[in-house]
Design a protein around this ligand. Structure first.
Ligand SMILES: [Zn+2]
Length: 473
């Protein structure tokens, strides 16, 4: 059975279901169940995220799921932004609650009131915490597993307080670097984009986002980081005493990554046979398939067990000694993205070799048993590189650089990202482009500058930035 990836929307649903990642049949719209295989995949991704957070000085916390209405409504922009999406707990049993409780749509208004209790002096700063939790948003748009859901069941949100704007800006840089490392390790290509004013996080001064591209031609926002300045600190009275004895509000930043990371990993790398996973994130990295013939079963199985024992010290290995025929086994493990298959048959044993098959290219190779461990090391490395490179090249090919409105319009129905020069007033001019096409202004590309001497596609003034337009999830 094949899963043609051309029709991405269908492919995505089929793979999520058949590879047993999540089950969409739970009877609440937009809320789904992680199955054991999917949960393992999720854990490998969140372990890596946790590692990066701890490495960059963030400490893990766990806040309650509910936020009192009085807190959630304190910051005006914030509640304007999230108001329509909040789930409310209004009763305890049959008694109405004195103060309604919101299921957190994000945790700024839960965490900063506690910061105001924890932070006393400059010695308490910086304070950098994160949690990986569920957040709830009553999405009215079409829901899609792991992409647009009503319970985001994997939301890493970090919240940090600083004594100065410089320190907060430094944190934005630290996060930028950490996030790049996070996506690079998963082989997911991205653009780093500053969002326009109307697309910022509700309550933020500045929002930086990472966008990748799904095979459908729609971009997917896969990470954000927000400069909150002092607005939330003023609202929640988060103050510290400076060395000179005066008191001042802290500077705040927040940043997040959700289970969209897993949607990207699945969507970007997969092929017509299912998942393709970089070895680091594959729940099963190696599957051993014994190729048995009548009368030789025991010899082959014994060798397969011996090799499994040798490999499982370093790898997540499965020996598939089930009754299914080899073809069925190949299909089963290919669908689940197992990067390397080891085949062992009677003739291999005679010759002292095993056969290795790569999931990403289908390439087969024979190695002697003595060289197996070394060969697996370099093969895993090679698979990682090759998957990432393939994704990178595909992504680059889908970014179209143009220098006129006409060219932008001509590309509007293509499944691509459009990039074009804009002047200093990029929000205003970029919006004027957006008004003439179906793609939306995602913001300006922070890694690339317009060509020397090029002009804004709208007003003709000298270009300062590269605007980015795409259809987006
Ligand atoms: Zn302009």
């Amino acid at each position: 059975m094949e899963f043609p990836k051309e029709n991405f929307s269908e492919w995505y649903q089929e793979v999520l279901e058949n590879a047993e990642i999540v089950d969409n049949r739970y009877p609440v719209k937009g809320m789904l169940v992680w199955r054991p295989f999917g949960f393992q995949l999720r854990k490998l991704v969140t372990d890596w995220l946790r590692e990066l957070m701890v490495e960059t000085g963030h400490r893990e916390v766990l806040f309650p799921t509910v936020i009192p209405e009085t807190f959630l409504k304190k910051e005006a922009d914030h509640i304007r932004g999230f108001g329509e999406e909040v789930y409310w707990v209004t009763h305890g049993g049959t008694s109405p609650l004195d103060v309604k409780l919101a299921l957190r749509p994000t945790s700024e208004t839960a965490i900063y009131p506690m910061f105001s209790l924890w932070i006393r002096s400059h010695a308490d700063l910086p304070l950098k915490v994160f949690q990986i939790v569920s957040v709830f948003r009553y999405e009215t748009k079409h829901t899609r597993p792991l992409i647009r859901v009503r319970e985001v069941s994997t939301f890493k949100e970090a919240h940090c307080a600083f004594a100065s704007k410089e320190d907060a800006e430094k944190e934005m840089e630290i996060i930028d670097k950490a996030y790049r490392a996070f996506w690079d390790e998963m082989g997911i290509p991205y653009l780093v984009i500053q969002r326009p004013a109307w697309d910022k996080f509700a309550g933020a001064e500045k929002t930086i986002a990472f966008d990748t591209l799904m095979p459908s031609g729609k971009t997917l926002q896969i990470a954000t980081s927000h400069m909150l300045d002092r607005k939330f600190a003023e609202v929640f009275d988060v103050k510290f005493e400076k060395p000179d004895g005066t008191r001042d509000h802290v500077w705040l930043t927040s940043h997040g990554i959700s289970e969209r990371a897993i949607a990207a990993l699945i969507g970007v790398h997969g092929d017509d046979r299912g998942l393709v996973l970089p070895p680091r994130f594959a729940p099963t990295q190696i599957v051993i398939v014994p190729i048995v013939f009548k009368g030789k079963e025991e010899v082959v199985l014994e060798k397969a067990r011996e090799i499994k024992e040798m490999l499982e010290k370093r790898w997540r290995v499965v020996l598939d000694d089930s009754d299914r025929n080899p073809g069925e086994k190949f299909y089963f493990w290919e669908l689940r993205g197992v990067p390397i298959r080891v085949e062992i048959g009677p003739r291999d044993i005679q010759n002292g070799v095993v056969t290795l098959v790569r999931r990403d290219t289908g390439e087969k190779m024979q190695v002697s048993e003595g060289e197996l461990e070394g060969a697996l090391d370099s093969l895993a490395e090679e698979i990682h590189e090759s998957i990432a490179k393939k994704a990178r090249n595909w992504f680059k090919g889908r970014i179209k650089d143009v220098e006129s409105i006409e060219e932008i319009k001509n590309l509007d129905n293509e499944p691509v990202i459009i990039r074009a020069p804009l002047c200093d007033h990029w929000e205003e001019c970029g919006k004027k482009v957006q008004d003439q096409i179906t793609k939306e202004l995602r913001g300006i590309d922070l890694d690339h500058k317009p060509r020397e001497g090029s002009n804004c596609v709208v007003c003709g003034k000298p270009a300062k930035f590269l605007g980015v337009w795409s259809n987006a999830y």
